[in-house]
Design a protein around this ligand. Structure first.
Ligand SMILES: NC(=O)C1=CN([C@@H]2O[C@H](COP(=O)(O)OP(=O)(O)OC[C@H]3O[C@@H](n4cnc5c(N)ncnc54)[C@H](OP(=O)(O)O)[C@@H]3O)[C@@H](O)[C@H]2O)C=CC1
Ligand SMILES: O=C1O[C@H](COP(=O)(O)O)[C@@H](O)[C@H](O)[C@H]1O
Length: 537
């Protein structure tokens, strides 16, 4: 059973739920507090209406509805909830249910009642067709939500699963015509949050015309992944790690993302963004900030985000010389033909958009001075995975150095946090091979999740939607974090575009451009993802 309690009972700022364009009657702090779930937020009789804007789209079908069902299945949604799909496409309630029913799955450890639960869930899903910029459409939606709310305290969550150019239109029409009059109103915004500092600031300004910062939940789904959530637990609740967490013991840190498929189907979106904006500026940089931050005063969202933003602001300007970009080319392997990026019909055939990038970054503060933080992200590589690798320094005056040969790097400890797939945390150590002689080998202290825990790991979207319902903003991006993240990457992105830098081509299914290895070598670093990977229990 998924535990639905958040890290702490959510505390709203007095502004949350206050819609600028609509007069508010009751704020969160005024509304009854005892929770609908184990003492969590809101009155036992409060309702939550979740409107998925862009319900006919790919993300809604693939991630949002399945996550909502999983929350329902685990008993994490409040007693009174209603789900509405909203989009322009004409659809009946029945057709929406049909559309999403194929994507709902039950957790393996609780397969019983799955069919019944799906039926119950689908009965609480409805559809409203309308125009995104039309207040009339949202007013009509509001009327329908009101009927379902049945006079209770009405909390409303809007999930904007739509292209970014209509985020502000929807914020305007939904806030002015469909905000809750007596509960909170929150809006989850999907990435991309702009494509550079200027467009991001414009988007933030546009949203803030209609919403308070406290109402905006900018989602970065990597922050909802189990092992990313666990990063702070690992560091701050184990005495053995935190004292090592600095330039004194850490040689370099690597953040690696790879996918073994290309942009299939999303080339139109991707070509305007590229891998640096799609993965590095958000997912990997967010993980880096969590990894490198100072201990926060508390687990409160603002305390954590304050520390993350300090890390981002301490980062050295990103230099072109510290970046390598690549693009995948067609490749035939085992008689199968794999396409090039530019074979995608929605991509111009002279596109320079990177599908791979590697970068060396530095945090100019006392803790991390001189430590290279390496990032690598790519599509159409040899495997799918996301991991954090922490390579420690050499053991000073190592008594056993003769047993390692000349390559001392091979004998240093490495902590690997495998975010996905097959979640694990393992520490590479040197160990004596049992026997009468003195031979050392490399072994792993391995926390393999599948072996240790018999629970299925929840999808990141489940955690994040639940947090948004609970008013827990810890895993969502604050606007100053976003500004800092864009300030780091915008000059580089502009330079790449102005200079029309050609990406290094790499074959589909390969390990990516060789330039990434030279970049790491410049800092005496070897990418750790080419070595032995344990999966054994
Ligand atoms: N798909 C994914 O894997 C991921 C997506 N995202 C982000 O999530 C959001 C939604 O993604 P996704 O579902 O793939 O997007 P889609 O392109 O599938 O769009 C979602 C819905 O928006 C409407 N729509 C599409 N284009 C336009 C347009 N030009 N003008 C007005 N309405 C339009 C369509 O509904 P209708 O025509 O019925 O109104 C469509 O069903 C985007 O911001 C995307 O960047 C983020 C991470 C991953
Ligand atoms: O945000 C995005 O993430 C996905 C990868 O997410 P994952 O949870 O499946 O690892 C990526 O494919 C996509 O390009 C990007 O927009």
């Amino acid at each position: 059973m998924l535990e639905c309690l958040a890290v702490k009972p959510a505390q709203e700022s007095p502004h949350d739920g206050t819609i600028k364009s609509v007069e508010r009657v009751i704020t969160d702090d005024e509304s009854p507090k005892p929770g609908f779930l184990n003492g969590r937020e809101g009155s036992a009789e409060a309702t939550v209406s979740i409107t998925v804007v862009g319900a006919s789209g790919d993300l809604a079908k693939k991630k949002i509805f399945p996550a909502l069902f999983a929350l329902y299945y685990e008993g994490c949604l409040p007693k009174h909830f209603t789900i509405y799909g909203f989009a322009r496409s004409k659809m009946t309630d029945e057709q929406l249910r049909e559309l999403i029913s194929g994507t709902l799955t039950c957790r393996i450890d609780q397969k019983e009642n799955c069919g019944d639960k799906q039926e119950e869930f689908l009965k609480r899903c409805f559809y409203h067709s309308g125009q995104y910029s039309s207040e009339e459409s949202f007013s009509e939606l509001s009327r329908k939500l009101h009927e379902h709310e049945g006079g209770r305290v009405a909390n409303r969550l809007f999930y904007l699963s739509i292209p970014p150019d209509i985020f502000v239109d929807v914020a305007r029409s939904s806030s002015s015509a469909a905000s809750s009059k007596n509960g909170w109103t929150r809006v989850i915004v999907e990435k991309p949050f702009g494509r550079d500092s200027e467009s991001s600031a414009e988007l933030t300004k546009g949203l803030k015309q209609y919403l308070n910062e406290d109402q905006i939940y900018r989602i970065d789904h990597y922050l909802g992944k189990e092992l990313v959530e666990n990063l702070s637990v690992l560091r701050f609740s184990n005495l053995v790690f935190e004292p090592l967490w600095s330039r004194q013991y850490i040689r370099n840190v690597q953040f690696i993302f790879s996918e073994d498929f290309g942009t299939e189907g999303r080339g139109g979106y991707f070509d305007n963004y590229g891998i640096i904006r799609d993965i590095m500026q958000n997912h990997l940089l967010q993980i880096l900030a969590l990894f490198a931050m100072e201990p926060p005063v508390s687990l409160d969202a603002e305390d954590i985000r304050n520390e993350k933003v300090k890390v981002l602001r301490s980062m050295r300007k990103l230099d072109m010389a510290n970046v390598v970009i690549g693009q995948y080319k067609g490749h035939v392997r085992g008689g199968v033909k794999y396409p090039a990026y530019i074979d995608d019909k929605t991509v111009p055939n002279n596109s320079n958009t990177p599908t791979f990038a590697a970068a060396a970054l530095f945090i100019d503060n006392a803790r991390w001075d001189g430590v290279p933080f390496l990032m690598k992200a790519g599509k159409a590589l040899h495997k799918r995975g996301a991991e954090i690798r922490v390579q420690f320094r050499h053991v000073p005056g190592n008594l056993y150095k003769r047993s390692f040969g000349t390559d001392l790097d091979k004998a240093t400890n490495e902590l690997v946090i495998r975010v996905q797939p097959d979640e694990a945390i393992y520490l590479k150590i040197n160990n004596k091979v049992p026997g009468l002689g003195m031979r050392l080998d490399r072994s792993n202290l391995n926390l393999h999740y599948a072996a240790r825990y018999d629970k299925e790991i929840p999808d990141a979207y489940e955690r994040l939607i639940l947090d948004a319902i609970e008013g827990e903003r810890r895993l969502f991006i604050r606007s100053d974090e976003l500004d800092a993240a864009w300030s780091l990457f915008t000059p580089l992105l502009k330079e790449l575009e102005i200079r029309k830098v050609s990406p290094e081509l790499y074959p589909y299914g390969s390990r990516g451009p060789v330039g990434a290895h030279y970049l790491a070598a410049k800092y005496n670093v070897r990418w750790g993802d080419n070595s032995f990977e344990p999966t054994e229990d």
